[in-house]
Design a protein around this ligand. Structure first.
Ligand code: SF4
Length: 691
């Protein structure tokens, strides 16, 4: 939709924030966004946006935007031949930075990258990022790295969020993506939400879930703290920390021991069930009666069988978020979720399925484009497998990785172990960052290039239900798109990249990743703007996956049992020795991740200008004053403001990590998913230091 009204243009596009991917419309006057609202015909947004989508656009015109490339003075002092080569493009900016033009900045980058690779080898360079930019830019980023730089090291921020969903789902059903459209929620008869604070993190999906739960009283919500969604739950389950796999295996145990499974579905569509059945029936932790021994959680022994029965006998969906994936057993927990759908046939049809709630606006697309060290575009096998981000950090520390290219990912804020990363970054010779703002990682870079935001460019974004949305610019900008910068760099490194526009890149994506995107031309995406197209898109698109077979090699879903291993908090409860505090982290509705964009909107900042620490009221005597520091073996926070509440359990704490100055992610170390190295952000024992 593009319209005019009193010099106000109305332009439609897609929200730049979370993975829900709401359809938006904007009023634009004199190249300035006046207002953003839900697209009246929006199939995703359904007439509503959350406060981020609605108000969070001040970043576009912010004075803080990076408008001119910057090169660090100290970098050019150490590299006089580079300085000499680009001297005419340099302007003094401040004590730390020169300003440059794009040609000068990319020439300097190319010269340094060549030098680094000559000295330290082709694999001494890595590219990280891309879940917040378009598919076209991500595709080119990984192509440039793999082909022109000839380095296998590419990764994106799915490493700190849903990589375990990809791993767990691909292992069991062959595809790491949501199985159904959001509107299928209206067709389901029972819902399990586990490890997802949906109302705050995915609000517009939550609207549907709440509507259905209020009407049918058909939802179970599992979390380690009381979240807003619990208010609408029939089964309100608060679990101890690190009990996801335990609870999920228990649900499977009930379904098997009470023979509630779908025998014909299992026989026709799956393999490995008999072995799985035997293992689960003999697993002492899989029997819900285990909870009878766990003081404070005894009620779960009775609740879990009830949830399992409703799930198995009804058309059911399961929703999960980072509360599942950000654990040492995250991938195994995702496999345990898929087991439930495989044994009951709750997959491959409307109203039944699996819904990982993905975070970034294009994290699904970034993975689809091959911005992962172990997949080429379309999840094809790469010629050479690269390293995952935590391994790359170790490579930096050990002196093998010497240059980092970073596109829109704040390695120094949203990753764990930020003290270790800080040291690692000091050990590299070159960092280049493409960004909107001077983020934590940008301030540590040698070269920073300001780029277009999502509201200033054309490109494909893929949301949490595999829906492709061709985003169009709301306003014009002179800044380069991410892919423009990469193309320039590619040419200066000897590559032959020569795309005239994003459409040409996308057409190449459709050829390379033809199994998903062959039929998704720009023209067709424009034509189907309203409903959107869900991949795979060929002659038809695919709203529901796995209807006839699974996307595994043999078409069968596979049971891959993993036994739960006792975790710290549960051990302490069993031993009647619960001491100290367990912390979990998460998000709040007003802020988005590292808050680079949301903190530019005053009304959002007014709602949440610092990371708050939630503490159970009963634990108040351990906390003196208004603020405390949290400490772990890896690092410590700055003083955090305390809020006492009944919404977290005794001896547990909750804090957000949106504001870099709180240094919450310094608490987390190398503990991560066993298979895929996603940081265990959801549970850590911390010491409380009163000031
Ligand atoms: Fe944007 Fe997500 Fe809010 Fe929708 S739910 S308006 S996509 S932030």
């Amino acid at each position: 939709m593009v319209g005019f009204m009193e010099n106000i243009q109305t332009i439609d596009s897609v929200c730049t924030y979370c993975g829900v991917g709401c359809d938006i419309a904007a009023h634009v006057k004199d190249n300035k966004i006046q207002k953003i609202f839900a697209h009246p015909d929006g199939v995703v947004s359904q007439g509503k946006l959350c406060i981020k989508g609605k108000y969070g656009f001040d970043f576009v015109d912010s004075k803080e935007r990076l408008r001119t490339p910057r090169i660090k003075k100290s970098f050019l002092e150490k590299n006089p031949s580079i300085k000499e080569a680009i001297l005419s493009s340099l302007l003094d900016y401040d004590d730390v930075w020169y300003e440059s033009d794009l040609d000068g900045a990319t020439t300097a980058s190319a010269m340094k990258l060549k030098e680094v690779q000559q000295k330290h080898g082709r694999k001494s360079v890595a590219s990280i990022g891309g879940a917040r930019t378009s598919c076209e830019s991500v595709y080119l980023f990984q192509k440039f790295t793999r082909h022109t730089l000839n380095s296998p090291h590419v990764d994106n921020c799915a490493r700190v969020c849903h990589s375990p969903s990809l791993k767990g789902m691909r292992t069991t059903i062959g595809e790491g993506a949501a199985t159904n459209p959001y509107n299928d929620i209206y067709n389901c008869e029972f819902m399990i939400v586990i490890g997802s604070n949906t109302i705050e993190a995915h609000p517009i999906i939550a609207n549907r879930i709440v509507e259905v739960a209020q009407k049918h009283d058909n939802m179970a919500v599992f979390d380690v703290r009381e979240i807003k969604l619990h208010k609408f739950a029939k089964y309100k389950a608060i679990m101890p920390h690190e009990a996801n796999l335990l609870v999920l295996n228990m649900l499977a145990h009930v379904i098997i021991s009470e023979e509630l499974y779908d025998e014909s579905f299992i026989a026709e569509r799956t393999k490995g069930f008999l072995e799985f059945k035997e293992k689960i029936l003999n697993d002492p932790y899989a029997n819900p009666k285990f909870f009878e021994r766990l003081e404070g959680y005894e009620y779960l022994a009775k609740m879990i069988p009830k949830v399992a029965r409703e799930y198995a006998l009804k058309k059911s969906m399961i929703f999960w978020g980072l509360g599942i994936t950000e654990h040492t057993d995250g991938s195994y927990a995702v496999m345990a979720i898929t087991h439930l759908s495989l044994m009951t046939g709750n997959i491959g049809k409307s109203g039944a399925g699996l819904m990982p709630l993905r975070g970034q606006n294009n994290v699904q697309g970034a993975c689809d484009m091959g911005m992962l060290p172990y997949y080429d575009p379309d999840y094809q096998s790469p010629k050479e497998i690269g390293l995952m981000t935590p391994q790359l950090v170790d490579e930096m520390l050990e002196g093998r990785l010497k240059a980092v290219l970073n596109m829109g990912e704040d390695l120094m804020h949203i990753h764990p172990n930020i003290n270790k990363i800080e040291k690692a970054l000091q050990n590299v010779e070159f960092i280049m960052v493409q960004e909107l703002f001077m983020t934590e990682i940008a301030s540590r870079a040698d070269i920073v290039i300001g780029v277009k935001s999502a509201y200033e460019k054309t490109g494909v974004y893929i949301n949490a239900m595999r829906r492709l949305h061709l985003s169009q610019p709301l306003v014009e900008s002179d800044l380069p798109d991410d892919w423009d910068v990469i193309q320039l760099l590619d040419n200066k490194m000897g590559g032959e990249s020569a795309y005239k526009n994003s459409n040409e890149i996308w057409d190449e994506v459709r050829e390379v990743a033809y199994r998903r995107f062959s039929g998704a031309s720009y023209t067709r995406l424009q034509r189907h703007r309203k409903r959107g197209l869900q991949w795979p898109v060929h002659t038809e698109d695919t709203p529901i996956l796995h209807q006839l077979d699974f996307r595994t090699d043999d078409g069968l879903g596979e049971f891959c049992y993993h036994q739960y291993g006792l975790r710290n908090m549960i051990k302490e409860i069993l031993d009647k020795n619960l001491s100290g505090y367990y912390l979990t982290t998460g998000r709040t509705i007003a802020m988005y991740n590292n808050s680079a964009q949301t903190k530019q909107t005053l009304s959002l900042m007014d709602r949440y200008d610092e990371d708050l620490l939630l503490v159970n009221e009963g634990d108040a005597s351990d906390f003196r004053g208004e603020r405390v520091i949290l400490k772990s073996k890896n690092g410590q926070t700055t003083p955090l403001r305390i809020k006492f509440t009944s919404k977290v359990e005794p001896k547990t704490l909750f804090v957000t990590f949106h504001h870099a100055d709180s240094k919450v992610n310094a608490l987390f170390g190398d503990e991560s998913d066993e298979l895929i190295l996603t940081a265990a952000f959801k549970s850590i024992k911390v010491e409380v230091v009163n000031l």
